[in-house]
Design a protein around this ligand. Structure first.
Ligand SMILES: NC(=O)c1ccc[n+]([C@@H]2O[C@H](COP(=O)([O-])OP(=O)(O)OC[C@H]3O[C@@H](n4cnc5c(N)ncnc54)[C@H](OP(=O)(O)O)[C@@H]3O)[C@@H](O)[C@H]2O)c1
Length: 354
């Protein structure tokens, strides 16, 4: 299930020592195994206190599953929500974090891992399976030397993308792809506003939208991030809540409460908000009078299917788009990347190499 603020709080329970760094390959209380980054408990106000680094057992392989040797994995806000206890129950802990990875399958093929694990009730779109989960929700995630996934979740990695770039695709870039190309209904040449320019999904929206021929406008709370959004391909940028020169065809929302009123006012009559997340809160005034009078649409979007991930890899090959990486760190320094995401000190993706 996908996370956003406002999901009922979980109980806090498991008492374990604060996170500690163990060198890769060093056995600890789990016995010899593989190095991994784990949510050991939940800590709503201090997510780093829930992070633990150390050895974990190598994954077991049910029938039809494959082990991937992880070369690179990328961080998502989902991992911070897990550490805060949003969208996870404590009986699932400890669990290895991480939705996204690129690596090698058992035959040495370069692969990207699709993060949505369906349970067979999807009718082709795993995101509509009511029992689906993302890696790190029910099954151990990708912040490890190895991850087990259903064989169907492996997508060939394009040769032109590095492992680090490919590791950005399965969550942030796939979510942006579906928002823009499946849910927005926009034709090339339309104007789209991206709220909160600095995030992993937001930078993906700017890059993919620009490559597809949309006129992309973006907002941010930070002057420095606005300048970087222009460099990335945004046509115009605006401070948070800033007045736009004209109304837009669609708004891409990941911020939620803090930007919602601005998003509603930014739309032309008949325009559409596509929303995949609500980092700043889930309960802004709905302003239903504005929604019906201007005939606005509000469309939810979550991740994407395995086939959409395959098309996204081809989109990157065909257009030359490469994911924007803010920083690459060894997995043993995962706490540094998580800390940067918590403080909002990021422009693009954090990638861990394994
Ligand atoms: N439904 C799904 O499948 C799906 C998939 C991916 C992500 N998500 C959700 O989408 C959200 C973004 O994910 P991410 O991985 O891109 O996170 P991220 O890299 O941490 O991005 C955070 C973004 O939020 C903006 N922001 C945060 N607090 C804000 C506030 N109070 N006011 C204005 N802007 C604020 C920041 O914009 P500036 O600093 O530029 O202002 C930044 O762009 C998360 O809530 C995540 O859970 C959902």
């Amino acid at each position: 299930m996908t996370k956003c603020r406002g999901i009922p709080p979980v109980e806090y329970g498991t008492v374990r020592p604060a996170w500690s760094v163990v060198q890769p390959g060093t056995p600890d209380r789990y016995g010899s195994g593989m190095f991994a980054v784990t949510a050991a408990r939940v800590s709503p106000d201090d997510p780093l206190a829930a992070l633990e680094l150390g050895d974990r057992p190598e994954p077991a392989l049910p029938d039809g599953w494959a082990a991937v040797t992880v070369k690179a994995a990328s961080l998502n806000h989902h991992d911070v929500w897990t550490l805060r206890g949003v969208g996870i129950s404590v009986d699932r802990l400890p669990i290895i974090l991480g939705c996204d990875a690129a690596g090698l399958d058992e035959d040495g093929n370069e692969v990207v891992v699709h993060a949505v694990v369906g349970e067979g009730g999807s009718g082709g779109d795993e995101t509509l399976d009511p029992r689906r989960s993302l890696l790190s929700e029910r099954y151990n995630g990708t912040f490890a030397e190895k991850v087990a996934v259903p064989r169907r979740n492996l997508v060939p990695k394009p040769a032109g993308l590095s492992f680090e770039e490919a590791a950005c695709l399965p969550t942030a870039y796939l979510t942006a792809y579906r928002m823009l190309f499946v849910k927005s209904g926009l034709q090339p040449g339309a104007t789209v506003l991206v709220q909160g320019a600095g995030g992993g999904v937001a930078t993906a929206l700017i890059l993919l939208g620009r490559a597809a021929g949309y006129r992309v406008w973006a907002t941010s709370r930070s002057e420095a991030k606005l300048a970087r959004a222009l460099e990335l391909g945004a046509d115009q940028v605006f401070g948070a809540g800033g007045r736009l020169p004209e109304r837009v065809d669609a708004v891409m929302e990941t911020v939620g409460q803090a930007t919602w009123a601005h998003s509603l006012r930014a739309l032309r009559p008949g325009g559409r908000i596509v929303i995949c997340g609500a980092t700043s809160g889930t309960a802004p005034p709905a302003e239903l009078n504005r929604v019906f009078f201007l005939q606005l649409s509000v469309v939810g979007s979550t991740m994407g299917s395995r086939d959409e991930l395959a098309r996204l890899t081809r989109f990157c090959e065909q257009t030359g788009v490469r994911p924007l990486i803010d920083r690459t760190l060894p997995l043993a320094l995962a706490a540094e990347g998580v800390g940067a995401m918590i403080s909002g000190d990021l422009f693009g993706k954090v990638v861990f190499t394994v």
